[in-house]
Design a protein around this ligand. Structure first.
Ligand SMILES: [Cu+2]
Length: 358
């Protein structure tokens, strides 16, 4: 190609890129303050007609985290310091603009692969940042649903994800959620739960090892991961992160949206004493939700969504109905206030001595 032709082509390419950037730049910009799970940042369920550029800032934090009541530690890698990272919410047609910051205090390069995004390894190819760098990625949310995002540095994807680097991005339909008949579905509260399988190495006496640095933990952790038997299966980073005083709350009559992600492994969410009134098992809102589920299946590498209107007060357990994994840590509580319905359930006779049959 001649130099002139080459130059003309470069100018044309630069120009078309520029023109597109200008059109998007002219859209309203919204900066979102992210919050740690199980909370989700304040957002509208029905969006204005015009698309927006929604801006998020994710700061990567490598740190040691305690993952159970025995003080077992994980050399974790996180988005914004929480495990999973914060849930981000936008609407279909919006542009998601993420500033990914890798502070100089970190030791590893990181990036972000967004399952919601189209192109360049979900953004991972354009967002690799070394300690001391930041990068800004923008992509169009061109389809609705809940989508996992995770770190994906070449050759170390599993380690970074299992050390905590995953989260959920929810792209709502502009007009909000609907049932299969087209009737709007509204939620009063939303909680986001990220389930993780963890692989903490043990020493020769069977005690969990405690490492001083992230790099020290790498070799043993990789070997333990390849055994495929987790030492812990947890919600939101540790055993008990959502039970007892950390329980989620709701009121009778409220509709609660539960987002459940698992970036690596299949899981089976179940609400004891309740149901999934409407469940998008695959999390993709263009598919009609399933009705009245008892347990739903969330595939590893995806996020599912369940909507439930509480009808009875009490302490509900929400868990992975692989009950072994629930006992290993994959369990949460929801404390629900309100009035009990005897019609829905009543103890007709309290426990007492067995009486002769009539
Ligand atoms: Cu990473």
């Amino acid at each position: 190609m001649s130099t002139i032709k080459h130059l003309a082509l470069s100018v044309a390419l630069a120009f078309s890129g520029q023109a597109l950037a200008d059109a998007v730049d002219a859209l309203p910009h919204v900066k979102v303050n992210l919050v740690a799970p199980p909370q989700v940042h304040v957002h509208e369920q029905v969006a204005p007609k015009e698309a927006r550029v929604v801006q998020f800032r994710l700061v990567i934090e490598e740190k040691k985290m305690v993952i159970d009541d025995q003080g077992t530690t994980l050399q974790a890698m996180t988005f914004n310091g929480s495990m999973p990272g914060p849930t981000m919410v936008v609407h279909e047609g919006d542009f998601v603009e993420i500033t990914l910051v890798n502070p100089a205090t970190n030791s590893m390069p990181h990036n972000i692969d967004l399952h919601a995004a189209t192109g360049a390894l979900g953004g991972a190819g354009l967002t690799l940042v070394s300690p001391g760098q930041e990068v800004v990625l923008r992509f169009k949310a061109d389809r609705t649903g809940t989508f996992v995002y995770h770190c994906a540095p070449e050759g170390m994807v599993a380690w970074h994800v299992l050390a905590g680097m995953s989260g959920t991005l929810m792209v709502l339909p502009r007009e909000g959620l609907k049932d299969p008949a087209g009737k709007p579905l509204h939620y009063d509260r939303v909680y986001t739960i990220g389930e993780s399988d963890l692989y903490i190495p043990k020493d020769k006496d069977g005690k969990y090892k405690n490492y001083n640095t992230l790099m020290d933990s790498y070799g043993d952790t990789r070997e333990t991961m390849r055994g495929l038997i987790p030492s812990h299966v947890v919600f939101n980073g540790r055993v008990g992160s959502l039970t007892g005083k950390n329980a989620m709350t709701a009121k009778v009559g409220e509709s609660v949206l539960f987002i459940h992600s698992q970036a690596n492994r299949d899981t089976r969410p179940h609400l004891i004493g309740g149901h999934g009134d409407w469940v998008w098992e695959t999390g993709k809102f263009d598919n009609p939700p399933l009705k009245n589920l008892e347990t739903w299946f969330v595939r590893g590498g995806s996020a599912g969504v369940a909507l439930y209107t509480f009808r009875q007060p009490g302490v509900y357990a929400y868990l992975n109905h692989n009950l072994i994994e629930a006992e290993m840590g994959a369990a949460a509580h929801i404390v629900v206030d309100g009035e009990w319905s005897d019609e829905l359930m009543k103890q007709v006779k309290a426990p007492g001595p067995i009486t002769a049959q009539e």
